[in-house]
Ligand binder design. Structure first.
Ligand SMILES: NC(=O)C1=CN([C@@H]2O[C@H](COP(=O)(O)OP(=O)(O)OC[C@H]3O[C@@H](n4cnc5c(N)ncnc54)[C@H](OP(=O)(O)O)[C@@H]3O)[C@@H](O)[C@H]2O)C=CC1
Ligand SMILES: Nc1nc(=O)c2c([nH]1)NC[C@@H]1CN(c3ccc(C(=O)N[C@@H](CCC(=O)O)C(=O)O)cc3)C=[N+]21
Length: 307
């Protein structure tokens, strides 16, 4: 397969997210002045996973930047499931809190599905509750998972109408792959969901006009798996040793995606970088979801947040 003459256009998720957070901030200011409602987001983190701590701190800072209330609940990794459920019950009842996010993964002694389904569906800004998953599946309005929602925003901004395009999603998790498939089906794409049992994955990927990689395997998707000119969305966030052997020996790491970026950028038409692509969009969409949850809970029509 021959490379394109020009490298792919980089899709700047970071810049898109900054603008989205500004629009959310402006809508939040108007919600507060017109209706006296200040959206509040509660983030719950159990245990000390360093990567999770970084995301949680970023979320808190960005939430404040958008003019919202931000509460972070840090619980020890010995916290029991009942103690966590008691905190969720308290947050469900708190009228100043409109969004609840329980950071994943949870320690092994806690059943994540029980915890996620204990969150009020109206405050489920992650969109992980079965009620919101069901609403998405049947095309009813509800809260949509942030990462796939952010990917869809980037795709529509880049490509406009997506109808009739072949979309291949690698990964079938409940938090990324499956809701991404539902959203793209909703845009009238022809959707294929690939996973670890898929046969001839490179060939399946080569059929994609839109390729979404959500696998969790560093740089697994190679340049020659990509149809020339395709749009590639790399969801992967993988921490690997630094490229510099001296720094690597000191334990320094870097973040790479699920796509072999250097090869892919020569073949794809457009591609999201890692970092600076999908990751920042997840946080932007979390704030957008918290704003819309605050409106919905108070029976107020939300302002559109589109670009
Ligand atoms: N940017 C962001 O905001 C976010 C990024 N992420 C990142 O996205 C990635 C995926 O996350 P998540 O969906 O939670 O991951 P999961 O581990 O839950 O799911 C991974 C999926 O990839 C599939 N898979 C694994 N290995 C292969 C393989 N060799 N070939 C084909 N398919 C394979 C699995 O298949 P099977 O089902 O058959 O096991 C599974 O469906 C991770 O890197 C994660 O860090 C996640 C959330 C947010
Ligand atoms: N309940 C729950 N909801 C989540 O949405 C959730 C979760 N649990 N657990 C972990 C994953 C991962 N995730 C990311 C969010 C932002 C970036 C992000 O901002 N990334 C930046 C910085 C990356 C870096 O340098 O570390 C970037 O890609 O540019 C990444 C990953 C949300 N997740």
């Amino acid at each position: 397969m021959s490379a394109q003459s020009t490298p792919a256009t980089l899709i700047d998720g970071k810049a898109f997210s900054v603008a989205l957070v500004e629009r959310v901030g402006a809508a939040v200011a108007r919600l507060e002045s017109a209706h006296g409602v200040k959206p509040g987001l509660a983030v719950v983190i159990v245990g000390e996973d360093p990567a999770s701590q970084i995301y949680v701190r970023n979320k808190g800072e960005t939430t404040l930047r958008a003019g919202m209330r931000s509460d972070t609940h840090r619980l020890a990794d010995t916290t029991s499931q009942d103690e966590l459920l008691a905190l969720i019950a308290q947050l469900n009842a708190d009228t100043g809190i409109h969004g609840i996010l329980v950071q994943l993964p949870l320690p092994a002694h806690i059943d994540a599905s029980v915890v996620l389904d204990a969150i009020s569906p109206d405050k489920d800004v992650d969109g992980f509750h079965v009620v919101n998953a069901g609403r998405l599946a049947v095309g009813l309005p509800g809260l949509v998972p942030c990462t796939p929602l952010g990917c869809l925003m980037l795709l529509k901004d880049q490509l406009g109408d997506l109808s009739g395009l072949n979309a291949v999603i690698v990964g079938r998790s409940n938090i990324v792959g499956k809701p991404m498939a539902q959203l793209l089906l909703g845009e009238s794409c022809t959707v294929t969901v690939a996973h670890s049992r898929t046969r001839d994955l490179p060939d399946v990927c080569r059929s994609a006009d839109i390729l979404v990689a959500a696998v969790g395997r560093p740089e697994m998707i190679k340049g020659d798996w990509i149809k020339p000119g395709a749009t590639v969305i790399d969801v992967g966030i993988n921490r690997v040793p630094s490229a510099d052997p001296v720094k690597a020996a000191e334990g320094k790491t870097r973040v790479v995606g699920d796509v072999a970026f250097k090869e892919a950028v020569e073949i794809a038409g457009r591609i999201t970088p890692v970092p600076g692509g999908v990751g920042p969009m997840t946080i932007g969409c979390l704030l957008a979801n918290t704003y819309s949850a605050a409106c919905r809970i108070n029976n107020i029509q939300p302002e559109p947040l589109d670009a």
